[in-house]
Design a protein around this ligand. Structure first.
Ligand code: IMP
Ligand code: MG
Length: 185
């Protein structure tokens, strides 16, 4: 433990912000929009860890919309265990496949400062992707440090620290089936 690390010592009340049913409904709408605009042959790249639950549901919604996505993952980190972005983005685990000539749907949990996804988008473009569209579960537009907007947005999120549906606070709460706010984290 270092100064500034977060510690969770007990379970706390979580206020539901977006329910499981609302999320499922929204994923279906996003998938239809993506299918209409990107067609059926897309390469989904999910940014770990935060997007794994969203990406898993989204690809099944894409299946329902007639898309045949291929999936790859990359682990990027800018936060560590802290609640403030450090500003530095690092590749902790790279993609398994090349992206040259591919139409990419880059999937992440939250767009906040934009540093993580601006980095990822630049990387994919530098590696020769044919197109890169950005799909995020939550948009927090209040703290943008890079001029980046997503092509597909699940929900606009209030400027509060949220957990669940893949999102963590100090590695906890990813398993919650809804998105919520920890009371007094
Ligand atoms: P940024 O856009 O580079 O600032 O990074 C956004 C990343 O910060 C997201 O992918 C999350 O991993 C993390 N993040 C930002 N806000 C929250 C939150 O409210 N809960 C959990 N993680 C968050
Ligand atoms: Mg993340």
């Amino acid at each position: 433990m270092e100064p500034g690390d977060a510690v969770v010592t007990e379970s706390r009340a979580i206020e539901v912000l977006f329910s499981a049913a609302e999320i499922a409904h929204r994923n279906d709408a996003l998938a239809r929009q993506i299918a209409d605009q990107m067609g059926s042959e897309i390469q989904v790249i999910a940014v770990l860890k935060g997007s794994f639950v969203f990406a898993a549901d989204l690809i099944r919604a894409l299946h329902g919309a007639g898309v045949r996505p291929r999936i790859d993952f990359m682990t990027l980190s800018s936060y560590g265990a802290a609640r403030q972005s450090s500003g530095d983005v690092a590749i902790q685990r790279d993609l398994s496949d090349g992206v040259a000539g591919q139409d990419i749907l880059l999937v992440d949990d939250i767009l906040e400062s934009g540093r993580t996804l601006a980095f990822a988008k630049r990387l994919l473009n530098d590696r020769g992707a044919r197109s890169v569209k950005l799909c995020i579960l939550l948009d927090k537009p209040g703290k943008r440090a890079q001029p980046l907007e997503a092509d597909y947005v699940g929900f606009v999120c209030p400027d509060r620290f949220v957990v669940g549906y893949g999102l963590d606070y100090a590695h906890y709460y990813r398993e919650l089936p809804f998105i919520g706010v920890v009371a007094d984290p």
